[in-house]
Design a protein around this ligand. Structure first.
Ligand SMILES: [Zn+2]
Ligand SMILES: [Zn+2]
Length: 277
């Protein structure tokens, strides 16, 4: 069929499967970048840092808030922020140059790298003493949303910039993604995140899965009782509440409008069916 196993998995919508197939990153590889001479290396880093970087690189969670929530679990990583960026950059470079270079994996790693770079820039500008607090502040900055908006502007800007700056311009995946995003005016749906997820995990994922409105986790099975905005957990719902409470009613209005549109298309189809008969 001329397709790789991962492309095939993406085609049938098995996004978890795609990640496992594409997941060539080993703990040893991260360890080598951190400690090139093993125990004799000049600088020694804690094992938690090795695991943190490995976890971030192998994860299929590319939503900026999900990446930041992982960082919030191990804020000490920020003590080694330059090293974290260096290692993720090396893993990305290696992926680009390796023989079975994989566009999906490269794009995923690039987004993770871009998000980490921007988060660290933000954290440095804030000059805050407690790193965990400033990670949360950045999450809230990304989640900001006003009542008349369907898209989170800061999150959208971050992800659009991430895609635009992807350095692997020969990639067909990149070209398709850039074209698709460029067609949608800023602040309209589908969002850059929705396009990215579709590029990484296949078209069917958008149709089959609801993504947590806070952290982008697929199969979010909780929802706001009023407007049906999806969430993966009570924590994510609570985290977003400060913004969501202002937008809840307008989102509900849009959802009703969408349902009415779907109904009218169905009506139209049935009318067309009757004409054909
Ligand atoms: Zn969530
Ligand atoms: Zn709501």
């Amino acid at each position: 069929m001329g397709k790789t196993a991962s492309e095939l998995a993406a085609f049938v919508g098995q996004h978890e499967c795609v990640c496992i197939i594409n997941n060539h990153i080993s703990v040893d590889e991260v360890e080598k970048f951190l400690h090139p001479d093993g125990e004799k290396s000049e600088e020694q880093y804690p094992p938690e840092l090795v695991l943190f970087i490995h976890d971030i690189c192998k994860s299929h969670r590319v939503h900026p808030v999900a990446i930041l929530l992982r960082l919030a679990q191990y804020p000490d990583a920020l003590k080694y922020k330059k090293k974290v960026l260096y290692v993720v950059d090396r893993v990305f470079e290696r992926q680009l140059r390796c023989k079975e270079s994989n566009e999906v994996m490269s794009l995923k790693l690039w987004i993770i790298l871009h998000v980490l770079r921007e988060a660290i820039k933000f954290i440095e500008e804030k000059n805050e003493k407690d790193p965990a607090t400033v990670v949360t502040v950045y999450c809230k900055f990304l989640l900001q949303m006003e009542p008349d908006q369907q898209v989170r502007p800061n999150l959208e800007t971050l992800l659009r910039n991430a895609v635009r700056s992807f350095p692997y311009h020969h990639s067909l995946l990149f070209e398709t993604l850039v074209k698709a995003i460029a067609k949608v005016p800023f602040m309209s749906r589908p969002t850059a995140y929705e396009f990215i997820v579709q590029s990484l995990f296949g078209h069917r994922i958008l149709a089959c899965s609801k993504f947590c409105a806070t952290c982008g986790t697929p199969n979010a099975d909780k929802k706001c009782p009023n407007c049906k905005f999806p969430y993966c957990s009570r924590d994510c719902q609570k985290f977003d509440w400060v913004f969501h409470k202002k937008c809840c009613d307008s989102i509900k209005g849009w959802n009703v409008q969408q349902e009415e549109q779907v109904m009218s298309i169905e009506d139209l189809q049935s009318q067309l069916g009757q004409i054909n008969v």
